[in-house]
Design a protein around this ligand. Sequence first.
Ligand SMILES: [Zn+2]
Length: 311
Amino acid sequence: MFARLTLTLCLLCACDTVRVHKSTVHVGEEGLDIPLSFASGDDSVTISATSRVACESLLWNDGTSFTNGTFLASPGARLQLRRVTPGESDVDLIAVYRRARPGRQLHLDVNVFVTGAADLSLEAAEHNPRLRKALATMWEIYGRAEIFPGQVRFLPLPLPDPNIELKDCDGDMPSARAGATALQRTRKAPPGLNVLLVQDIEAAKPVAGYSALPGGVVHDVPSPDGVVLTLAYFDTSADDPLGQTLAHEIGHYLGLFHNVEADGTSVDPLADTPKVPPFGMANLMYYASAGRQPKLTAMQIAAMRRHPLLY
Ligand SMILES: [Zn+2]
């Protein structure tokens, strides 16, 4: 077991609702138990782990694999981290402890970045009926979790090519870890969930959106972060797949896995999510489109409401 803790810092209290710890740990394939230091009043911790070995896969407590990924936990949880491959490496950890919020209603600030996709100008975006409908669909879904709009800003991010390429280390699925230079350019934005409107995501499989899981922890996390939404469905108006895709990606951003993956057997760790058709398919976090009126379970709502970006 490699348990060397090489650096510990506690700083960067951007506001009184979060506390940030930074450290570097040395991780081997045998695994490392990492203490979580909850203080009185904390109700969750979000951890970002970045291996200094590029494209290395790390495993969390339950065997869930992330490549330099993130993890959301409640008080009492333990964190164990191990390498998939033999050997050892330094891993930079950022742990954000969130204090419990009084009351039921939470708010989320959103920065919508207009890139030139769908020939949408910044001036036109805020009043564009298609975009307004997508945002309304998304907020309607989150309203059921008592998560409401905070500040919603439209910001310019002109891209030379609004088709962006996202690849993970295997080159098959989209990932913020590679090719997402556009997302890196959102990092000077005001605090909030960054939504990047692009024309298309170029990946081996067709994808309508992408999100970090969870995302938006702190702005100096050393990886690009946010939600990418394609405007491929921009012209359709029936079931609003654009709004539902946005809601699905924000679900990832706030900490949710797919209730069922495409292989039909990989499922999320929540006890109350439907895992088989037809009910599984109606969940917002089904791997493919959930159709009309996508559902969220009580445990999905509880998990999302712990995200540090909500206030
Ligand atoms: Zn998804």
